[in-house]
Ligand binder design. Structure first.
Ligand code: SAM
Length: 208
């Protein structure tokens, strides 16, 4: 699994790696642009919304929202990624923080219209993800939404099929989202919908 140093080393080439995988429609980033566009368009339904991005990376998604007048908070544990994102969003509130420790104290009491996270939550174990999502749900404003775009599958069978097809470069240290499993655990906590976009990616919408 990539740690903070790994992401620091990857930061300068990150956008290029994603582009190549997405253009070849291959695991892991097949559907990346469409997934980010869907989330962008959903946030754009509300003007000047309050948004937090979990694991914003180089700021591909949030910098566009920032340019369109949304107020951006964000957490990421890679200082190199943060440096790149800061050049695009100088006034955003971007905090260096490891989300395996939950949320940073400065964000725990805040409320958001949208909580977005793209290609970051698969770095948490399934158990960590559920605990973290429960924390995030409590930060939503009325009618607020959590929008997650990631490597994700409707069920475990589809994940295993993708794993079989990509056995040579499958990352066994990552924990991809499985809709049926997440939905069954969160059923009493929130509504959970999943929109598959590519053979290995999709968008989750969580709301209360
Ligand atoms: C694959 S990149 C995704 C970046 C961006 N959201 C995108 O869609 O292109 C994953 C990001 O999550 C961050 N990340 C991974 N594990 C993290 C953790 N435990 N705490 C905070 N950030 C983490 C990495 O530093 C990196 O910027």
């Amino acid at each position: 699994m990539l740690n903070k140093q790994g992401f620091n080393l990857w930061a300068d080439d990150y956008d290029k790696t994603v582009q190549s995988s997405e253009e070849n429609d291959s695991y892991p980033f097949a559907g990346y642009k469409t997934i980010l566009n869907i989330i962008f368009n959903e946030v754009m339904q509300k003007q000047n919304s309050k948004v937090i991005d979990i694991g914003f990376g180089t700021g591909v998604l949030t910098s566009k929202l920032y340019d369109n007048g949304h107020q951006i908070d964000g957490v990421d544990f890679s200082d190199k990624m943060i440096d790149i994102a800061k050049t695009k969003m100088p006034k955003a509130n971007l905090i260096e923080w490891d989300i395996t420790n939950g949320l940073p104290p400065e964000f725990k009491e805040k409320k958001y219209d949208f909580i977005v996270s793209t290609y970051s939550l698969h770095h948490l174990s399934d158990e960590e993800k559920i605990m973290f999502l429960k924390q995030l749900i409590s930060l939503l404003r009325e009618n607020g939404k959590i929008l997650i775009g990631d490597i994700a599958f409707e069920n475990r069978e589809k994940l295993e099929l993708c794993q079989k097809d990509n056995i040579g470069h499958w990352d066994n240290d990552e924990f991809y989202l499985v809709y049926e499993e997440i939905k069954s655990v969160l059923i009493k906590v929130c509504n959970c919908d999943f929109y598959p976009i590519s053979h290995c990616g999709g968008v989750f919408v969580l709301s209360t």
